[in-house]
Design a binder for this molecule. Sequence first.
Ligand code: F55
Length: 793
Amino acid sequence: MKDFNEQNFKEQFKLNLERKYVKSFEDADRFEKYSALSETIMDLITKNWTETNKQNKDKRNAYYFSAEFLIGRSLGNNLLNLGILDEVKSILKDLDIDFDEIEDEEDDAALGNGGLGRLAACFMESGATEGLNLHGYGVRYSQGIFKQRFENGFQKEYGDAWTERGDFWSLRKESESQIVNFRNFSVKAVPYDVPIVGYENGVVNTLRLWQSEPIENGGFDFEDFNDFRYDKSLSEKNRAEDITRVLYPNDNIRAGKLLRLQQQYFFVSASIQELIQKYKKAHPEDTDFKNFDKYHVFQLNDTHPVIAIPEIIRILLDEENMSWDDAFGVASKVFAFTNHTVLQEALEKWNLDLIHEVSPRAVDIIKEIDRRLMETLKNEGYTIEEMEPYRIVRDDYVEMAFLATYLSTSINGVAEIHSQILKDQTLNQWYKLYPEKFNNKTNGVTPRRWLQYANPELTSYVDELLGNEEWKHDLTKLVELEKFKDDEEVLNKFNEIKHEKKVQLAKYIKKYEGIEIDPNSIFDIQIKRLHEYKRQLLNALNILHMYYELKENPDLDIYPRTFIFGAKAAPGYFRAKGIIKFINEISQMINNDPEVNKKLKVVFVQNYRVSYAEKLFPAADISEQISTAGKEASGTGNMKFMMNATVTLGTLDGANVEIFREAGLDNNYLFGLKEEEIREIESTYDPVKIYEENENVKRVVDALLKEEKISDNGTNHFLDIYNSLVDSKDNDRADVYYLLADFDSYVEAQAKVDADFRNRKEWAKKCLINMANSGMFSSDRTIRQYAEEIWHI
Ligand code: F55
């Protein structure tokens, strides 16, 4: 950072602390120091923030609309991007303050569920780093994703009041509040602006998060209060605040709840209103919004903000008195849509009555869009049957993905294989109509948070090897590391750094989980939301298999292995919670068995989140990416592991396909059925036959019901899991995610890992080659592609 003065900063920091808490520096506790430090940094940011805002005026801007931004912590990342992380660390050291302890005082801003929300956060950071005029718009939930603890091995959820002790990384902009009108009540949307600091470039972009509040008197009605109607005097306030009270904790499953739709309408309506007001002020002559599309493009992060389409039409029709054709014309030029899933149960479909509850006009407008589309198709000679697949409104439900696809100028998937499935299957009818609108944007992750910040040891070693820091501005330059792939000294050093990160993680796990793990064992890590399609259960079944092999033959030569899991299950997802309990039971059984626990350990870390992830990714030997082929749209954790020099054990799914291509199959472990193979066997698949004929499969599946050392404590969780695999009585089909079909192949791949890991030099070479080829998975590359190929900013 230009003109950063250590002495001034130190004094400002002390001054801020004394003013804020009216106590001397020596008497302040860690949190007080953290908060004063954060405010001092916010002050540093403001000048560049104002400057960036000024420069974006009168330009074409991109707006990223997302119901989720999974930010995590900001302190370390902002210091890194300002280029003063080391300086501030040394200032703190002078003051006898340990940075790690201060860092730990910050609650994660966990305003998202998983990959989709974290992707939005990476995109914002890369947008600022690439100097793009990109703005984020979302929701300021009072409660983020729940906090998770295990009690007797069961997941328990606790509230996440992340702003309770203050939120130091946003500015409330009261004067830019908007009124959002629901069918039978109105609220005030108050923007909180979060600065997004670009990496060492002076750019500070804005993430605007809306908070719902009562419109007048803080929502408190004194007349009701004075007349002893205490409850009613508060109800108005609560009703308003309820809108942004809590994030829905579902990932890849639609909620179908009124409050969820209200949240979506709330942030989208506030955002569109604001941008239309600003446009009118800047372009008073353009009364029919002829040039609105030259200045705005809205990227819809999945279908969650798609209610923006009828909303902009409503405003142009009802408030700007435009004609249908003109209003529709504007709407058909400003949206672009990203799909993140092909799981049918995740595709949002909203009931018309529910939409009516939120915004009656939206119902009229959506029906009219559908009616006119059918008319157009009919005029083009389509028969009734041929028109049917294009119905946006079907059986009183609105297919939000169809609405988005019809009106967007661009429709993209998030990895090559996923974009292909959208064209061939999920949205095939639309692809036939508009092939030119479909494109792919393979996801990426920010190397600042996920490599430089999370792994400073590896970062400085790369600086040393490459002799410059250019790779920090263009991650594809990491490929130059390949020239060291046979350099023994370099390979040793790679192993040493990995070991150091494993020692650090082991300490952290000891502190927070109370479990001792051996850094010399293979750290085999699966961290992601808990979902059947992600197949944590397959991982668990293999662990059980290894356990039984060891029990049968205690001298079996297996390389010591630590299996680490991290995952939250949606609170209402019974089977996912059963799988957590199952893995925790296996963990107890194995970790407490002296006959096996020298060779096997299983840890399920509690409350997996962004800040925990920063400790886990750099410490892995194996990255588990084992979803059923065709089901994981992309994955982004796979990229974080790869960047941290880790080999992947995975299926040909999502971005794994591209990871395998970039780093080579010799350096990774591929197993399992391919997507087209699964489609081929789909109608005849017989998991019961596999169960009956394969002794290993039978042994581990039977363990669910028969293993005496584990128990679901009478909850029937394990019977449910058992049935999901081999009993089609309660299901249409059993084993819909093909765990048993892939079991042998997975066990075999795991055996290969065991054998290969022993050659420490060859293993390090694989790690190095993976890191060297991770450059294309920087979200800088992804966001540039959005900017150039979709947004034209
Ligand atoms: C959240 C809420 C709803 Cl209603 C539906 C889905 C989600 C959600 O969290 N989805 C999600 O995280 N999807 C993931 O998006 C990632 C980023 O594109 C992909 O990498 C990942 O494959 C996909 O599952």
